[in-house]
Every structure is written in C-alpha cells, then in structure tokens.
Design a protein around this ligand. Structure first.
Ligand SMILES: [Zn+2]
Length: 264
C-alpha cells in the first residue's frame, strides 16, 4: 500500500529539496504537492491507471466485446433490456447495486436464468465510497456478495466495479483480500450524464475493439431517478455498431486468470 507513495511522492519530495535553493522552499514544495495531487487524482479516477493496484479495463483480445450494465436492476428498464438481449441471443454482465438487487429479486434471478453474468457494484452506490475507511468498504462488499449469492443460490461474483470506477489503495486491498477482481472499462457511454444517443454512442466507440469493455446503465442509484429508459434503445444501436465491425458482443469471461492484481 506504500508503493504509490514511494514511487510518486518520495521522488517528488527529493525534487522539491533539490529545487529549493533555486525556486525557494515555498514554491518548490507547492509544485511538488500540486504534481502529487494531480498524479494521485489520475490514479483514483482514470479507468486504466493501475498505480493503486491492477485494474482490468480490457479483456484478452478476441473478436468479443464485453457488454456491461451498471446500477440495476430496475423494474422499468431491465426487463426490456433482457428481452432485447434474448431476442439477439446476446449475453452481458450486470454490475448490480446490492440494495436494488434486494428490492427486485425476481429480476436478479431472471438475469441469471437467461445466462448473463453478475458483478458487484456496492450496496448503495454511495458517492462517498472512495472516502470510506477500509472496514466499511469490506462490510459493504461482503453485504453485496451475500445479497447476490442468497438470491441466486450461487457463489458470489468475483468481478467488482467500484462506484463511478473510483479506486484507492484501501479499496484495492480490501477487494484483493476478498478475492475480487477490480474492473473498470475501455469505454463508458456516460449515459447517466445525459446527451443525445449519438453523443453516447460516440463515447462508446473507443471500446469497439477486440476485447473492449463497454458500459451502459440500466439502473439508478437508490433514491435517485429518473429510470434509464434509453438503455435498451442505446444497447440495440450498440449491437448494430458492433455487428457492422464484425465484433461479437458478450458477457465478461471468468475473472480467473485476472486475479493477481491488487497486491503491492
Ligand atoms: Zn454505477
């Protein structure tokens, strides 16, 4: 857990000391602190940055592109999405919010019975998840696992996508201790932020590559609305775009083989 500080902050501190006779102590320290904050912000938020431990943002290059849906299940949207996926004979992976799963158990069972994969996405999708102490993160993920395994009667999922994809060394460590594999994405439609279908599909397009991982949202955080009713329509358009590129949509593979990350 000290590694990020050793490889980033220690050299910056040394640079500040070296630059101090020229710049003065105040400006040298301020520059080092600013650079450190910038680098650590990137490590928290950038979906491909593994400074805080390995994170999966792409699956092994094949012709498959992983379709993933976050924040569900949702009674207004998820059934239509499942209908579409069934009609197209496509499977996907659903990163479920534990509280939503507990509220709509039949949807969770339907997702599994139709061959889709599941992942953890925290119990309530708190915006403060990344600021929680490790004991609380651990409790939340254990609850998220228990909800899903109780509902499905299966072993809990190994994939874990943190809320908004934000990580820190504590989250990375807890996830590794629980045997979870951290995952972000190749391209996020950011459909939660609105925008036209065209803009959302444009944001997804960098993920139209072999092994790409795409994210759309079929659910909403508990207590927040409105329902993501555009999700099935956006998914249909995404499937067309993948088909035009001879790419095959599908669920994530097993996390086995990816699970060496997070321990540093
Ligand atoms: Zn989410």
């Amino acid at each position: 857990m000290l590694r990020p500080h050793l490889i980033i902050d220690a050299p910056l501190a040394a640079l500040a000391v070296a630059a101090a006779p020229t710049l003065g102590w105040g400006p040298a320290a301020a520059a080092a602190v600013g650079l450190s904050a910038g680098i650590h912000s990137l490590a928290v938020a950038h979906p491909r940055c593994s400074l805080y431990g390995r994170v999966i943002w792409r699956i092994p290059a094949t012709t498959t592109v992983a379709l993933t849906f976050d924040d569900g299940p949702d009674p207004e949207v998820t059934p239509h999405l499942l209908d579409l996926l069934a009609a197209k004979s496509v499977t996907a992976t659903f990163f479920l919010i534990g509280a939503n799963a507990a509220r709509y158990p039949a949807l969770v069972r339907r997702i599994r019975s139709e061959g889709h994969g599941l992942g953890l996405h925290s119990m309530t999708h708190s915006r403060w998840f990344c600021a929680w102490p490790s004991a609380r993160v651990r409790r939340d993920l254990e609850d998220n696992r228990a909800v899903l395994s109780d509902l499905t009667g299966e072993a809990p999922p190994d994939w874990f996508r943190p809320p908004v994809g934000l990580r820190n060394p504590l989250i990375t460590r807890v996830a590794a201790d629980l045997g979870l594999t951290l995952l972000t994405w190749t391209a996020n439609g950011r459909d939660t932020q609105g925008g036209t279908d065209r803009a959302i599909l444009q944001r997804l397009s960098p993920g139209y590559i072999p092994g790409g991982i795409l994210v759309l949202h079929d659910g909403v955080e508990p207590g927040r609305g409105p329902a993501r009713t555009a999700c099935p329509r956006l998914t249909a358009q995404t499937l067309e775009a993948l088909n035009a590129r001879s790419l095959t949509p599908g669920a994530l593979p097993s996390s086995r083989g990816f699970d060496d990350g997070g321990r540093d």
